[in-house]
Write a protein that binds this ligand. Structure first.
Ligand code: KIV
Length: 281
């Protein structure tokens, strides 16, 4: 059964935790979807983990649409949420609606996510009024890395905490169906989760959130450039892959691969005739 934003609301009401991981391609989306995870986020983190940029700033609408399409093709049940990339919504309410529309029409996402709170409540309202579900994202918002001066925990001072609370309330008021809380102190995230009626999805925000999201390469040990403190590695897939690549390379070089098992046959008679024909040419 396809998960919807209404299911997110009922999971919060029933105290059932919401599970979300990032996904960027067809094969991985199929694996995630068949695991029973509730939602796949086509995050603009793809700029880092898929495209090798140092941050998410360079990610384009075309990148997001391209990857969303692939994920949607591999997903039957999970709700696919697609990130609005840097400068696709900050410039105006009009741009926000047009670009959210593209992620739905061309990317076939089930919802969009954008970073920021109160300062974008009119953008969120307008997108929701266009019948597009919006997930907010506050705390450590990676598109603001140049303002924050790095990937740092947010909301630790009284003023910063008040701002986060006001942002969460503004997003709820604007009609967001959920809010990602990234790198927020556990107690504050728990407090915000109790304050708002929509689900909070935490990443580095402790166990008090209504759900959790992780970047799949982080949780699978596949991205070695940087591992944040909040990541738990559930598998060492990176090591497994490296070993497999190494073995493949060794076997090709030694001639151990491919064997007959991996090869196609032709009639010996036809082969002889081919050779005779070549000899005559
Ligand atoms: O882009 C992304 O992967 C995200 C998550 C870190 C929440 O926004």
């Amino acid at each position: 059964m396809k998960t919807t934003v209404a299911d997110f609301a009922s999971m919060k009401r029933n105290g059932e935790k919401i599970t979300m991981v990032t996904g960027y391609d067809y094969s991985t989306a199929k694996l995630i979807d068949s695991s029973g995870i509730n939602s796949i986020l086509v995050g603009d983190s793809l700029g880092m983990v898929m495209l090798g940029y140092p941050d998410t700033i360079s990610v384009t609408m075309e990148d997001m649409i391209h990857h969303a399409q692939a994920v949607v093709r591999g997903t039957e049940n999970a709700l696919v949420v697609c990130d609005m990339p840097f400068m696709s919504y900050q410039t105006s309410v009009y741009d926000a609606v047009v670009n959210a529309g593209r992620l739905m029409k061309e990317g076939r996402a089930g919802a969009v996510k954008l970073e920021g709170g109160k300062e974008f409540d009119q953008h969120v309202k307008a997108i929701v009024n266009a019948s597009i579900p919006v997930c907010g994202h506050i705390g450590m918002t990676p598109q603001s890395v140049n303002v924050f001066g790095g990937f740092k925990v947010q909301g630790k001072t009284l003023e910063a905490a008040k701002k986060l609370i006001e942002d969460a309330l503004a997003l709820e008021e604007a009609g967001a169906f959920a809010i990602v809380l990234e790198c927020v102190p556990e107690k504050l995230a728990e407090y915000i989760s109790e304050l708002v009626s929509i689900p909070t999805i935490g990443i580095g925000a402790g166990a008090g959130c209504d759900g959790q999201v992780l970047v799949y390469q982080d949780m699978m040990g596949m991205y070695s450039d940087f591992t944040p403190k909040f990541v738990k590695q559930y598998a060492q897939t990176g090591n497994v892959m490296r070993e497999a690549f190494k073995k493949y390379s060794e076997e090709v070089k030694s001639g151990a691969f491919p064997t007959e098992e991996h090869s196609f046959r032709i009639d010996e008679d036809i082969m002889q005739k081919i050779k005779a024909w070549r000899d005559d040419v």
